[in-house]
Design a binder for this molecule. Structure first.
Ligand code: FAD
Length: 394
């Protein structure tokens, strides 16, 4: 499919420039990150082709929960997340995708002193970084959010700059905006990547040399780069989620002691739980939820939101996230003319509007994000996949 088949779409009030004029860029992967970067490069005048081996949002972005917040203790993480939320707000609308403002609550239960301390510390650091965050005890939480059961809560953090969206719609919108800004979309086109010079190889063997290749191929990024002779310290891992048909207006909630999250959803409540702590194969992983997953998770969700007991399971599924040794993503230049974006540890969708913009800036000659520099690892490090939704203690 070529760009000419796509509807013209313009999002937000971003400036269009010719800073990227003359620059040819191949973006591999039309997930939230690749689509955003392609849009930002195209609106700066670069000649961008956005490839996907399948369809737009056919990877993790089409299977994500769509929870977005700026509840990060680390200043850089919070800055990126805040920028992303601003863009979600600016781009969303009736003609694009919904972004529903909704407070985010994260909590620890009585008897879970470690996690309770981590939440108090995280709220304090967020406040130091001028991120809006509140600490609440069980009584205050019950007054503010009557849908939640709170009698076993030791402490909760509340982040105001938060909301949820439909990740597939966001990604489709940004891919269409990229073509609207002059880019080309090539779906059902699994490309290979080669280095020195950076180029992509089409399935028919055609080789395209470009000024820059951005590999934002989600769980397949490691294999794609390995095939080009580059080792990446990243491991894909499997996570699961479900939708049940209960009514919930707010909040979004992460029960750290119960190891699950939930949010309101157009069809009821969307919930998900932890990480399968081993490397998954993107070609062979089970896309269906495990047989016991829904019953087990719904029991925990019902404990926190009792009204979910009245609803039935609508659907459940699995998808892949990506882990790194230090739980920070790999974002930026990894070789001459070659850029990468992966390893988001379950938080890639909420950061995609800001990560895409920063990648575009780096490809246009600006500075990258030092802390996420992919060359900080050799690629052959041995590490374990650890819980993606864990409390932010950095
Ligand atoms: C169940 C679940 C819930 C989640 N919930 C959240 C959440 O609430 N909030 C959040 O922030 N994150 C969440 N995540 C994580 C989030 O989905 C990812 O971090 C994010 O979507 C990654 O986006 P991406 O663009 O990097 O990769 P992807 O969306 O995986 O996109 C990669 C694309 O590359 C394409 N591709 C691969 N190989 C090739 C090739 N050779 N040629 C061309 N194209 C190729 C794929 O087809 C795919 O479309 C969740 C993930 C799952 C699975």
């Amino acid at each position: 499919m070529s760009g000419s088949d796509e509807p013209e779409m313009v999002v937000g009030a971003d400036a269009f420039t010719d800073r990227g004029a003359g620059l040819e860029v191949a973006v591999v992967g039309a997930g939230a990150v690749g689509a955003t970067a392609a849009y930002d490069l195209a609106r700066e005048g670069a000649d961008v082709t956005l490839y996907d081996r399948d369809t737009v949002a056919s990877g993790a972005s089409g299977r994500a929960a769509g929870i977005c917040y700026d509840a990060f203790a680390d200043g850089l993480d919070a800055e990126i997340a805040s920028d992303a939320i601003e863009r979600f707000r600016a781009f969303s609308g009736d003609d694009t995708f919904p972004f529903v403002e909704c407070p985010y609550v994260w909590l620890a239960r009585e008897g879970d002193a470690d996690r309770a301390d981590a939440i108090r510390e995280q709220v304090r650091r967020m406040q130091d970084n001028e991120i809006v965050a509140l600490e609440m005890d069980a009584d205050a939480l019950a007054d503010r959010f009557p849908a939640l059961r709170t009698d076993d809560v030791a402490v909760a953090g509340i982040a105001g700059a938060a909301g949820y969206t439909d990740p597939a719609k966001y990604t489709a919108c940004l891919a269409a905006a990229a073509t609207g800004a002059g880019g080309t979309l090539e779906t059902e086109t699994p490309v290979a990547v080669r280095t020195d010079p950076a180029r992509v190889v089409h399935p028919n063997g055609e080789v395209r040399e470009v000024d820059a290749v951005l590999v934002a191929a989600g769980a397949r990024t490691k294999a794609l780069l390995a095939d080009a002779g580059i080792s990446l310290a990243m491991k894909p891992y499997r996570v699961q989620a479900l939708v049940a048909d209960a009514t919930l207006a707010e909040p979004m909630c992460y029960d750290a002691s119960g190891d699950f999250y939930l949010r309101p959803h157009a069809d009821g409540v969307l919930a998900g739980d932890g990480t399968e702590e081993r490397e998954a194969d993107p070609d062979a992983y089970d896309r269906d939820a495990d047989p016991t997953f829904a019953d087990d998770l719904l029991e925990r969700v019902t404990h926190r939101v009792p009204r979910v007991a009245d609803g039935d399971l609508e659907r459940a599924w699995a998808g892949l996230c990506t882990a790194t040794p230090d739980r920070d993503p790999l974002v930026g230049q990894i070789d001459e003319g070659l850029y990468v974006a992966t390893g988001f540890q379950g938080h890639g969708f909420m950061r995609s509007p800001a990560i895409g913009a920063r990648l575009a800036e780096e490809i246009l000659g600006g500075a990258g994000i030092d802390a996420f520099d992919p060359t900080r690892f050799d690629g052959d490090e041995s590490f374990d996949v650890v819980e993606g939704m864990a409390l932010d203690r950095d």
